[in-house]
Design a binder for this molecule. Structure first.
Ligand code: ZN
Length: 300
């Protein structure tokens, strides 16, 4: 993304390092992310409304082939020669994880991927995001693998406006989230569909209050919806050490949230969860929070 940009490669290194240092690594099965054909994987409804995939592919391939160091696509999002492969791998990880979980090869999966995806709408890059990894995976589960109901849980500090753009009013999907308000992308307070549970929370809200809201507003809807699989937009920028937001969550809160997600998955979905990294920009807080999240997913 360019020098000094918070969405940097060191994020994934920090996660790897801490998984290793904490000993969680030995309990995990590691897989390389395959490249996915985005022209096929991008949600059908989104594909038919625009030539977005083809247009963005052209731009990213041009940046790759001409070895252009950096090209800005919007005020927050820039592409470098590695971006085209990175976006195919990020979405590819989410799709491969979905297949691995649905085929019973693994109980659940965490995709340690970048760039993130939840701000990417059906036809625009936004907020460090090019393609919506979670939406691609959720639609793969529905359209290709034949599931009837999937839930998307988004606990990033920013509203997942791109995911909402793609899945609002799709009755096969329930999306629950909380996000700081006001904060980028400055929307989400008026949900675009009945299948959205959007919880805007003011700056400086602490984890205990967020937990109460989750218990009161997410859990009844998730229980009633009985998802067959749960996708997580796992952003860790609501951590109190993260400067991109002003919320006060800590590792124990991410552990608690993951446990509640797992409870629902265990009751209704045979434990099937695919979690995809979104935000989280303080490297230490990110690494510790992901490890807390993965620890619960792995049951250790
Ligand atoms: Zn974020």
């Amino acid at each position: 993304m360019g020098r000094g940009h918070p969405e940097c490669p060191q994020r994934l290194d920090a996660i790897d390092d801490y998984l290793l240092a904490s000993g969680v690594d030995v309990a995990l099965q590691r897989r390389e992310a395959p490249l996915v054909d985005l022209a096929c994987a991008w949600p059908t409804s989104a594909r038919s409304t625009s030539g977005y995939v083809a247009e963005l592919r052209n731009v990213l391939e041009q940046v790759q082939d001409a070895n252009i160091p950096l090209r800005s696509l919007d005020p927050d999002t820039a592409a470098c020669p590695g971006t085209w492969r990175a976006v195919q791998r990020a979405a590819g990880a989410a799709v491969a994880a979905t297949d691995a979980v649905l085929d019973g090869e693994v109980a659940n999966a965490f995709c340690s991927i970048r760039p993130p995806g939840h701000h990417a709408t059906r036809n625009a890059t936004m907020g460090f995001c090019f393609f919506n990894n979670v939406a691609v995976a959720a639609r793969h589960a529905l359209d290709v693998r034949g599931l009837e109901r999937v839930a998307i849980v988004d606990f990033d500090v920013h509203h997942g406006n791109g995911t909402e753009d793609i899945i609002a009013n799709d009755e096969r999907v329930l999306m629950v989230s909380f996000f700081q308000n006001p904060l980028y992308p400055y929307n989400g307070t008026d949900p675009l569909g009945d299948n959205m549970v959007n919880l805007p929370v003011p700056p400086y809200t602490r984890g205990a209050e967020v937990r109460e809201m989750i218990e009161a507003h997410w859990m009844p809807r998730l229980e009633a919806f009985r998802p067959q699989m749960i996708f997580v937009s796992a952003g860790f920028d609501a951590h109190r050490e993260d400067d991109l937001g002003q919320l006060g969550l800590v590792e124990a809160d991410y552990e608690w949230i993951t446990r509640r997600i797992k409870d629902v998955a265990d009751r209704h979905a045979g434990g099937k969860i695919v979690s995809c990294l979104e935000g989280g920009y303080n490297l230490g807080a990110l690494a510790r929070s992901v490890t807390a999240h993965v620890r619960v997913l792995a049951g250790i």
